[in-house]
Ligand binder design. Structure first.
Ligand code: 5GP
Length: 194
């Protein structure tokens, strides 16, 4: 998606440790008009009428998922919560996710009330790096007996392993921008043609 690539080139900051900061339009301040265009694009890429739920993970996926949902017949958005303590009363699905940016492992939960066997789920997140967050979400969907219709990502870092890992599993992954290479020293960034 050229519009997103241009915005990343203009306002993205490349940090040491393979981190791309996009706080000015995506991760802190949010450009809702851009999110709306991204939502349109997700709909074009995932035309299935079966999609009846969008699943994301707090916090950064929520804004993108909510705006995208308006292009999916206002499908409800469920966000997996990062939990400090494991809930033992059996009313949640739980998995573990290692955070790329915070370098720690979280328990991540979704209430059984909001995900079940009738759901056809589109997973949406802001970034795909090593794939831990998305694999955690997939685990939650599978625990619920729901169907994964696809994974929509705003920015994939194509030089990390997550995209290949998920596609090799046969999962339909679409990323609006794929960073092929980036260099913190020179500030240069290359996108994959798609
Ligand atoms: P993964 O689980 O695929 O390794 O990493 C994806 C998660 O880590 C995303 O939910 C995102 O919040 C965060 N993340 C990974 N890499 C970056 C990055 O370069 N920039 C930002 N802003 N977040 C990232």
């Amino acid at each position: 998606m050229k519009l997103l690539e241009e915005r990343i080139r203009k306002d993205g900051l490349i940090k040491e440790g393979n981190v791309l900061k996009v706080d000015s339009f995506l991760n802190h301040q949010m450009d809702v008009e851009l999110f709306n265009r991204m939502g349109e694009e997700f709909r074009r890429l995932f035309p299935s009428e079966k999609i009846n739920k969008i699943l994301t993970i707090e916090a950064s996926g929520i804004g993108i998922a909510c705006i995208a949902a308006q292009h999916f017949g206002n499908a409800p958005v469920v966000f997996a919560k990062k939990s400090e303590s494991i809930n033992l009363d059996g009313d949640t699905y739980c998995t573990k996710v290692e955070s790329f940016t915070h370098k720690r492992v979280y328990d991540v939960i979704v209430s059984k009330k909001y995900l079940g066997p009738d759901d056809h789920v589109l997973i949406i997140d802001d970034f795909l790096a090593n794939g831990c967050a998305v694999l955690g979400l997939i685990d939650l969907v599978q625990s619920a007996g729901a169907t994964i219709e696809g994974v929509g990502i705003a920015v994939e870092k194509g030089f990390q392993t997550g995209g290949k890992l998920l596609r090799d599993k046969g999962i339909h992954v679409e990323s609006l921008a794929i960073v092929e290479a980036m260099d913190a020293k020179t500030g240069t960034i290359e996108f994959r043609e798609q």
